[in-house]
Write a protein of this length. Structure first.
Length: 278
């Protein structure tokens, strides 16, 4: 980044592997520079694949309660008011189509299990109503509550995200097997971890969509935005903002998409960049 670049007016950061270190903590330096940035009038937001109800352990470590981009851009969430402002859902028939494609493509690799993330209105909604898993679904994180249903019931209602799971393959291997058979005009498919889990959203629904919406809300020009990320679900966001920053620990495809590579999440990479101005 050129040292003469003006201070950003909107900062959007991914959470896992980016804002948080490996212990799931925001380091003091980063917390402090976020406070200084906010005091200087810069908007700082989270842009995450997590559902909105899973961001509070992060917000508790920060001096801000911003409007956040959650569920990979499918949900815009006001954390101060605990209210979903907007959402983009994946139609049930599209979920059926993509799931059927995945089942065929991965039949020789143990098939695929499915889960659906539904939007709700606040963090107080019952998790059992919002995150529903089908038979054979294996969690890749410490789950905070979920409902269970048969395959067809899981995909019977529009959802902000459908999750496809295979415990034998990596996410990249799943992606390579499925993506040739899904028209991008039908659905957007990405991943945010290396384990075998893909995230499916409505076409065009990415973190870039959410950050662009935030920029309009805050009357910030695209060139005055900066974003940080580490996984393929961050690529569109890093390309959209005025300056996209990949972490040193990022997936190679993310580094290729970024304008700059900063230090790893365990080495304060986000703080290193923000401290240039704040």
């Amino acid at each position: 980044m050129e040292m003469t670049r003006p201070a950003p007016k909107l900062v959007a950061s991914d959470i896992d592997g980016t804002l948080l270190n490996s212990a799931d903590r925001v380091i003091p330096r980063l917390r402090e520079v976020i406070g200084r940035a906010t005091a200087a009038g810069c908007e700082v937001a989270l842009a995450t694949g997590r559902p909105h109800r899973w961001i509070y352990p992060v917000l508790e470590q920060l001096p801000i309660r911003p409007v956040c981009v959650t569920s990979n851009g499918a949900v815009l969430y006001d954390s101060a008011a605990d209210r979903v402002l907007d959402s983009h859902v994946l139609a049930s028939d599209t979920m059926e189509h993509v799931l059927s494609v995945a089942e065929r493509a991965l039949a020789s690799e143990g098939g695929v299990a499915v889960a659906a993330e539904r939007v709700g209105v606040s963090s107080k909604d019952l998790a059992e109503d919002l995150f529903v898993i089908g038979p054979g679904y294996m969690h890749t994180w410490e789950e905070q509550g979920f409902g269970m249903a048969e395959r067809d019931e899981v995909i019977s209602r529009p959802s902000v995200k459908m999750i496809l799971r295979n415990s034998r393959l990596t996410a990249a291997e799943m992606y390579d097997a499925i993506i040739p058979h899904v028209d991008p005009e039908q659905a957007y498919i990405t991943y945010s971890m290396n384990e075998g889990l893909l995230e499916v959203a409505a076409p065009g629904v990415t973190k870039a969509l959410g950050v662009a919406t935030l920029a309009r809300m805050h009357d910030v020009d695209q060139q005055d935005t900066i974003a940080f990320g580490d996984m393929p679900n961050d690529i569109e966001m890093l390309k959209w903002v005025g300056h996209g920053v990949a972490m040193a620990n990022a997936n190679p495809s993310v580094k290729d998409a970024a304008d700059e590579i900063t230090a790893a999440n365990d080495d304060g990479g986000v703080a290193d960049v923000l401290e240039r101005w704040f």
